[in-house]
Design a protein around this ligand. Structure first.
Ligand code: ADP
Ligand code: MG
Length: 509
């Protein structure tokens, strides 16, 4: 029997027919089949490889590889990126941990804009509509106060515009304030943040000015700031002064220099003059605001001025007050010229020696009594004829020269109708009474009598209770203030004399 026919024929089986056995195959075939399947699966889990540089294309765009030019460009970009990566590594190696580093930025092949790595970082915090490398010019709002039409109106209060403007305004901060390199970015500083930065900047400036001032004031010659020194030199150059000799006094608010007078076209300049330089950097003047702020002659201007200009007002005030005193023939310096915060006036003294303050002048009892009566008379003249209260009258501001008392230092003097005028006068009276009584002048009146004598008021002295007397004075001031307000319908002329002395205690309208 043929073997093939035997295997081909299905053998008879008593339990039924048997399924034909699967055809036998070699082990190698099985292995290669499995490998093929595995490879197929792997192919499905990994994305299909695309052309080099395809990842550089913007998402959603299908790389057009049909164009040779495009392909070349894509490949070039890939090459450039690799070059830049290498450059970065070299830069890092070159700089190491050194504090000073060299940038290879300029040798990069890929423009930062195309460098996806860095531009992606920037997108998070920066508005890419604006060129990050160019400082924004602040957008100005037209005069009408808004831009746009209808619903799209943008006012000057627009948050974004304000923010950008604030950032640009940081440019105006003092050079020593480091505002960082954020100026070129589209930063928007809220008003609150900007204001606190500004405040910080100012306080830092003030602090450093204070330190600087201490240094500047370490010697008498350096007692004024460079700007003032320049102004002083100019006066010498213009011939108003022949020579500036030296410092007579350095006070809290002013520095006084002695100088030889030159010539001024309209008027003769005395041989010896003083320059009273009102200090421009000190806060001390702040305490004196109330002398000038409530003085109606100045208050319109005061409120609009910056501190530097307020200092000039003090000099101006001293000049006007001296002029009034001169008119009443009260012994006081003659004003020569006023230049900003420098007042030039005649020198009280002789041959470079200033007259002594009355506290230092060793006066005999007769001279002292004489001096007292002179002072009493001057106080009355000041009050009645000049319509002024000295407001800093004491043995420190009276000089003894040629047998006379000279009044100086009248920058803070106010009119009696000043809201605190009578209180200032009372203080002056107390200084004068106390000084002359201490010096043994038996004729020296009590502070209450002196006050009444100078003013012509008759405030009851009674038990000489100061609190009661002061209460009367304050009540008077209040009444005067109301009265002045009523009378001041129009703005008073600058050196107006028509406000008159305060009302009598019982006079009311
Ligand atoms: P301060 O406000 O600083 O007190 P003052 O006007 O009182 O300024 O001047 C300070 C000092 O300078 C005076 O005490 C006085 O010794 C001197 N002085 C001021 N003016 C004159 C002057 N015209 N002639 C001579 N000495 C003066
Ligand atoms: Mg003084």
């Amino acid at each position: 029997m043929d073997k093939s026919t035997v295997t081909a024929e299905t053998p008879k089986n008593p339990w039924g027919s048997v399924n034909p056995a699967a055809p036998a195959c070699s082990l190698a075939d099985v292995m290669s089949e499995q490998l093929a399947r595995q490879l197929d699966e792997e192919n499905n889990t990994f994305p299909t490889l695309t052309e080099p540089g395809a990842d550089l294309m913007l998402s959603g765009e299908v790389p057009d590889t049909t164009s040779d030019l495009m392909l070349a460009q894509i490949l070039q970009m890939q090459f450039d990126r690799e070059f830049d990566d290498q450059l970065r590594r070299e830069e890092k190696k070159f700089n190491g941990d050194s504090k000073v580093s060299i940038s290879f930025e300029n040798y990069r092949m890929v423009h930062p804009y195309e460098d996806s790595d860095s531009s992606e970082d920037e997108v998070d915090w920066q508005d890419t509509r604006h060129d990050p490398y160019r400082a924004e010019k602040p957008q100005t709002t037209p005069r009408k106060g808004f831009t746009g039409k209808g619903k799209n109106i943008t006012t000057k209060h627009d948050e974004v515009n304000c923010g950008r403007k604030n950032t640009a305004r940081m440019d105006n901060f003092a050079p020593e304030v480091h505002v960082g390199d954020g100026l070129g970015m589209d930063l928007k500083l809220s008003n609150q943040v900007f204001n606190s930065l500004k405040q910080h900047c100012y306080s830092e400036q003030r602090r450093s000015a204070k330190l600087h001032e201490k240094k500047e004031h370490s010697t008498a010659e350096q007692a004024v700031d460079p700007r003032t020194r320049l102004l002083m030199y100019k006066m010498v150059n213009a011939g108003v002064l022949e020579n500036i000799n030296g410092c007579i006094s350095t006070g809290k608010e002013s520095v006084v220099f002695h100088a030889d007078g030159g010539s001024l076209e309209e008027q003769p300049v005395p041989d010896e003059v003083v320059l009273k330089v009102f200090k421009t950097t000190l806060n001390e003047f702040k305490n004196r605001d109330r002398y000038i702020k409530d003085d109606y002659r100045f208050n319109d201007r005061f409120s609009k001025l910056n501190p530097r200009k307020v200092i000039r007002l003090w000099a101006e005030k001293e000049m006007h007050n001296l002029a009034r005193m001169k008119k009443a023939e009260i012994p006081c310096p003659d004003v020569v010229v006023l230049k900003k915060h420098i007042l030039v006036m005649s020198f009280i003294g002789k041959d470079h020696v200033p007259a002594p303050k009355i506290k230092d002048a060793m006066l005999g009892s007769e001279d002292m009594k004489n001096a007292y009566y002179q002072v009493l008379h001057m106080m009355q003249q000041l009050y009645r004829e000049c319509n002024l209260v000295h407001a800093d009258l004491s043995e420190y501001n009276m000089l003894w020269h040629e047998g006379k008392v000279w009044l100086i230092d009248v920058s803070q003097s106010v009119e009696p109708t000043h809201p605190h005028g009578l209180e200032f006068l009372f203080r002056d009276c107390r200084n004068i009474s106390t000084f002359f009584q201490k010096k043994g002048v038996s004729e020296a009146m009590s502070v209450y009598d002196l006050f009444n004598t100078v003013t012509g008021l008759q405030i009851p002295v009674g038990a000489e209770n100061e609190a009661e007397f002061m209460a009367e004075i304050v009540a008077l001031e209040k009444r005067n203030e109301d009265h002045v307000q009523k009378r001041r319908k129009k703005v008073f002329p600058f050196a107006s004399e028509d406000s008159g002395p305060p009302l009598e205690p019982d006079a009311d309208d």
